[in-house]
Design a protein around this ligand. Structure first.
Ligand code: PMP
Length: 398
């Protein structure tokens, strides 16, 4: 079967939820992907910040294979050892004391919203339920997370949305303070906005929000679904800003490409969930948690965090140098290997030309090229990408 044949079949049976490019990946290894026609791609998207260890990392593959032969799923009994071990690992490397496992970023954020409301109800009175979130934020596609998301294009068509979300501009502490009401229970933010255009806040923003939350008795929920698991050069992006949240959500890269979500909290906050308040059939299932343990151990034990910081600086520098030669490049920004290149022109055409040349990139917020390669990306691969991009930019510039 060729790409073209698969695309035709797909268009008949798959719901058209995403605008898709006509590439059908069938195999991956490290920073490389191959499509059904056998064409090779250099992958600077990594499943949108999912394949942090590269595609099919041997340790993740082995963990999944071994676990699949032992036990794939079991629910309702006491937690399986893999889930407990993963929770211990996450707590040992974060501010958190307890973890709830689910299957996606949206589901982790749903759990965070429910926990924040229940905690506030239990400890501060029933009238505290509102959550302040940011304009241009992205928190998922379920109704509660669409309601939390600060993008009209995501919310359109789905009214009535969930009541109780107030959106304020990102990177603006005064705007949060002005939005606080007696009914507010939490502030929910991405440390760096991903789908909103790779927006990096000022260094003082998150510390000031933390202080504001403490002063007003609000919970700080950080959505680290895209920024977490080493993407920025620390295990979690909030470490870059010297603060800790009360609740944090993870998904994407946590299990090296296997579907998992997690919601972490401090003991006092986590105590609001008691038997019967929340759940998930597949959440924390043996296969995914085994994959996640292998992923986390590899990231922590193979020095990938320091490497990400270093290689991220190299990529940022190379992109910056390239951008100086083209008047349509407005800004290059990012931390670690989460980098955006803001253009003054729509980026869709550049992405398409990249695909023709065997380079996978994507565009976020219409005009921002997003670079989120596997953390194992090499300098040679970066140099090759820059070379390809330079060729594309030269074509677009004329
Ligand atoms: N939060 C953030 C910050 C995200 O980037 C995403 C996915 N792009 C989500 C939540 C939703 O995750 P999922 O697609 O796994 O539901």
């Amino acid at each position: 079967m060729t790409n073209h044949q698969w695309v035709e079949r797909s268009d008949r049976v798959i719901m058209k939820t995403y605008g898709r490019y006509p590439i059908v990946p069938v195999r991956g290894e490290g920073c490389r992907l191959w499509d059904a026609d056998g064409k090779e791609y250099l992958d600077f998207l990594a499943g949108v910040a999912v394949n942090n260890l590269g595609h099919c990392h041997p340790k993740v593959v082995q963990a999944i294979q071994e676990q699949a032969a032992r036990l794939i799923h079991c629910s309702n009994y006491y937690q399986i050892p893999q889930q407990i071990e993963l929770a211990e690992l996450l707590c040992a490397h974060s501010f958190a004391d307890r973890v709830f496992f689910c299957n996606s970023g949206a589901e982790a954020n749903e759990a965070a919203i429910k926990l924040a409301r229940k905690y506030s109800r239990d400890t501060k009175g029933a009238e505290r339920f509102e959550i302040i979130t940011a304009t241009d934020s992205f928190h998922g596609r379920t109704l509660a997370t669409v309601s939390a998301t600060g993008q009209e294009k995501i919310q359109r068509f789905f009214d009535p949305l969930l009541h109780g979300f107030t959106h304020v501009p990102f990177n603006d502490v005064a705007a949060i303070e002005a939005a606080i009401r007696p009914t507010t229970c939490a502030v929910m933010l991405e440390p760096i906005q991903g789908e909103g255009g790779v927006n990096v806040p000022d260094a003082a923003y998150l510390p000031a929000v933390r202080e504001l939350c403490d002063r007003h008795g609000l919970l700080l929920i950080l959505d680290e679904v895209q920024t977490g698991i080493g993407r920025t050069g620390t295990l979690f992006a909030h470490e870059q800003f010297g603060i800790t949240p009360d609740i944090m959500t993870l998904a994407k890269a946590l299990a090296g490409g296997a579907p998992i979500g997690a919601m972490l909290a401090r003991e006092e906050v986590a105590a609001a969930f008691v038997p019967g308040t929340h759940g998930s059939t597949f959440g924390g299932n043996p296969l995914m948690t085994a994959a996640a343990i292998a992923t986390l151990r590899t990231i922590l034990e193979e020095g990938l965090l320091n490497r990400t910081e270093e290689i991220g600086e190299y990529l940022l520098g190379e992109l910056d140098t390239l951008g100086k030669n083209y008047s349509f490049v407005r800004e290059v920004r990012g931390i670690g290997l989460m980098i955006g290149m803001a253009l003054t022109i729509p980026a869709g055409d550049i992405v398409k030309k990249g695909h023709e040349r065997g380079l996978l990139l994507n565009v976020t917020h219409d005009t921002v090229l997003r670079f989120v390669p596997p953390l194992v990306v090499t300098k040679q691969e970066i140099n090759r990408m820059i070379e390809l991009l330079d060729g594309i930019f030269a074509e677009v510039a004329v």
